[in-house]
Design a protein around this ligand. Structure first.
Ligand code: UPG
Ligand code: MN
Length: 733
């Protein structure tokens, strides 16, 4: 297959891979399941032509076509999954001069949803990588344009001069100070105790400034930086302000407090904003950083990080370099992606916040083809990847932005600073290739998935690196409404991609081949899940109420086909999950969340997308809140109690479907006892739905806490149920 995965163990090999053992049985099963799907389609078409229930059969056919398509996309990902190992200890034997430089991009956008201390911890954790510090530059992009964030980073620069030598001398593994100081698993040395006091002081100062909402003159201790805060004039808003670039730490002049090594660069960038110009959300921020960093340091390796994703392993960079510097593969290798992993997930992960399928199963599946998709954070890029296909370099407008340009001047040089400001301006991108052929790609709210996909289409490869110790840890949402809203945004961005001229189903299959193209279709068509989920969630249940069968009777051979396809698909999904280290309970919750998403995020993204196409609305990027201030909510999360909490119309379809299923099940069981009607499949389906909906019934009927389902949603749900039952009479009877 691909040349980079063929290459195997040798004396100085820095990495190896092996295909997963399940490949052969999976492929055999794929053939059998495909035959089952073909038979089912035959059955539907046959009944469409012969029976009189045309509408019902057409709906079932539509639902099954979507299910079959989605099954095909996951089967493509099961075709050649691989696992990899790398040997960083062999890398560090190299002479230090050969170590490449690294530019880290950290994005933040709102000091209230993304607390500045969180950004500080993320920045410190990567500045402290086990690597020559003066080869690292950390750029923080602040789309919130907030002086509070800048203030926090100033404090971080000061603290880092103590934190870095401490970590390196004592070989600390947790290099996010917040994590290290809240850990109870070690005893504290005097030095650590002193640092902890220093850290707590800093945290208090930053939080105090955040509470007061303004950086007052008395908080600023460095005269050098006093002037910069004057830029926040009365006219300054986050949507309309000049570029602010501030070098907070300089690797050419700043040393650590023990005077043994030079410190990494730390640079604050808030690009120019204007109400009249589209700012392209995170992709726009990352492209600005690409240019500003090219002017300042132009490192050949780039790491992109969300501000809540701190480094959990100081050896991660070297691990990524095992791939990025391997002469056998480096020329075509675009990026090395680490999975997104999360902290603070409750034991059974009730909201499926782990996203195992998305961030792990999909990663290993694509890795055996051309490489994993880009997930927005925890990804080390080869800078060259942003300038056209491997074989066809696309020149940026000015020479200073070329990926191989050598930097001769210091970052404090006036010309250099002036150029950096220029490339961060909002008109800079007009009439250039930025966002289309160069840099991160515009056109989708999920800039990450879209960019990775476009890079693969250009011929780049990527590698999935999944060490045992998580390389990065991020934050999760603790309330259901946040979870489904985040997914709705993803889904919208994915729909933009599915219906663009670069849709993976057309352009993708042509550019990256059948398996990879079909595999890439999985996420963009997520919203389509809502079709089978609604059809199977409502139609057979209404039929049950009127004693009409929509599925084959238990005596028919077609009954067994349904059983086989349902249990086969579920069992394989469970296997995927468990073989990659998941637990059974987490899988159960994951499949429940899939049903919930089908009736919330997926469904509403369809609606919003239609409105956008009709020009009735525009899409925005609602940043996920990363604060966990609500104590009650956190407590409920710990206890694994669902939090519906807000009176959102988003929960209405889900509530309605839950009620419909309960009514249908009760009625169906009564029928079974009294009339001995045998609608076995319909009954099984309703029971399955009811078991899945248990937390919803509880939230409607039994709970009194703040996380219960709001009354108006329940009330509307009951009304809608009646409407559906009446409608069912018209359609079914
Ligand atoms: O206009 C914006 C909007 C967002 N961000 C940053 O983008 C990151 C992701 O935003 P978040 O609200 O955390 O979104 P999530 O849905 O949690 O993020 C996931 O989905 C995004 C869109 O696909 C990816 O960019 C992320 O890497 C991925 O973790 C954060 O660091 C934000 O500060 C910006 O810099 N500018
Ligand atoms: Mn996030």
């Amino acid at each position: 297959m691909e040349s980079h995965i063929k290459h195997s163990v040798g004396g100085t090999t820095l990495h190896t891979y092996h295909p997963c053992r399940r490949i052969v049985p999976y492929r055999v099963y794929a053939v059998i399941h495909t035959c089952g799907i073909v038979a089912l389609m035959y059955h539907h078409v046959h009944s469409l032509l012969t029976a009189d229930k045309t509408l019902i059969t057409s709906l079932l056919l539509l639902a099954d076509v979507v299910l079959a398509f989605m099954w095909a996309t996951s089967t493509a990902l099961r075709f050649h999954p691989v696992h990899r190992s790398e040997y960083p200890e062999r890398y560090v034997d190299k002479p230090e001069e050969d170590f490449p430089k690294l530019d880290v991009f950290i994005c933040t956008a709102d000091p209230y949803k993304e607390p500045p201390m969180m950004v500080v911890n993320t920045a410190l954790s990567v500045m402290a990588y086990d690597y020559p510090s003066d080869k690292i530059s950390v750029y923080v992009s602040d789309d919130g344009g907030s002086s509070l964030t800048l203030f926090a980073l100033l404090e971080a620069a000061k603290f880092s001069k103590h934190w870095l030598p401490f970590c390196k001398k004592n070989n600390i593994q947790d290099r996010s100070p917040q994590v290290y100081f809240s850990s109870t698993s070690h005893s504290w040395s005097d030095e650590a105790q002193k640092l902890k006091v220093m850290y707590t002081d800093m945290k208090n100062r930053v939080e105090h400034v955040l509470d007061s909402g303004k950086v007052k003159a008395e908080f600023i201790t460095c005269d050098q930086f006093r002037g910069i805060f004057d830029l926040w004039t009365d006219k300054f808003t986050r949507h309309d302000h000049p570029t602010i670039i501030q070098v907070l730490q300089n690797r050419e002049t700043d040393m650590d407090n023990t005077n043994t090594f030079m410190m990494p660069n730390l640079i604050y960038v808030s690009r120019e904003k204007s109400k009249v110009s589209p700012h392209q959300f995170k992709a726009g921020a990352l492209n600005t950083l690409l240019r500003v960093s090219a002017v300042f340091t132009n490192a050949p390796v780039i790491l992109t990080q969300d501000c809540d994703m701190y480094s959990n392993d100081p050896g991660t960079l070297v691990r990524a370099l095992c791939y990025l510097t391997d002469p056998k593969i480096k020329s075509g290798l675009g990026y090395v992606q680490f999975p997104q992993r999360f902290q603070g997930i409750n034991k059974n992960d009730i909201y499926a916040g782990e996203y195992k399928r998305n961030f792990e199963c999909m990663g290993i599946g694509l890795d055996g083809l051309r490489g994993p998709n880009y997930v927005g954070t925890g990804c080390f890029f080869n800078r060259r990847v942003f300038f056209g296909p491997p074989s066809n370099f696309i020149l940026p407008e000015i020479d200073e932005l070329r990926p191989n340009q050598i930097i001769a001047k210091c970052i404090t040089d006036q010309d250099v600073l002036a150029l950096a400001h220029k490339v961060a301006g909002f008109i800079y991108e007009h009439n250039t290739n930025w966002g289309s052929k160069i840099g991160f790609r515009y056109g989708s709210l999920v800039e990450d998935y879209y960019t990775g996909y476009k890079l693969h289409c250009e011929g780049w490869r990527s590698v999935f690196c999944r060490p045992k110790r998580a390389a990065f840890y991020g934050d999760i949402s603790r309330s259901l409404i946040d979870v489904v809203n985040q997914q709705k945004r993803w889904c919208l961005g994915l729909l933009e991609m599915a219906f663009s001229r670069y849709s993976p189903i057309t352009y993708g299959i042509k550019s990256v081949g059948l398996l990879m193209g079909v595999g890439y279709c999985q996420n963009p068509f997520w919203a389509f899940w809502s079709i089978p989920i609604i059809v199977y969630g409502v139609l057979p249940q209404l039929a049950l109420l009127y004693g009409v069968s929509v599925f084959p009777k238990a005596s028919s051979p077609w009954f067994w086909l349904y059983m086989f396809l349902f249990f086969g698909a579920y069992a394989q999904d469970l296997l995927d999950f468990v073989l990659e280290g998941g637990s059974y309970r987490r899988w159960w919750n994951d499949q429940r969340m899939w049903l919930i998403r089908g009736l919330t995020s997926y469904l509403f993204s369809f609606i919003d997308f239609t409105l956008k196409i009709l020009n009735l609305s525009t899409l925005g990027f609602n940043i996920t809140s990363k604060t966990n201030d609500d104590e009650e909510q956190s407590k409920r999360y710990e206890q694994e109690i669902f939090d519906f909490g807000s009176s959102s119309s988003m929960f209405l379809p889900m509530t309605t479907v839950a009620i419909v299923n309960l009514v249908a099940l009760v009625w169906g069981l009564y029928d079974l006892l009294v009339w001995r009607e045998r609608l076995v499949l319909e009954l099984m389906l309703a029971s399955f739905a009811v078991v899945n909906c248990l937390p919803i019934y509880e939230a409607i009927l039994l709970r009194t806490d703040g996380g219960k389902l709001p009354k108006n949603v329940c009330f509307l749900g009951v009304i809608l149920t009646f409407v559906l039952i009446v409608l069912g009479y018209v359609v079914i009877k």
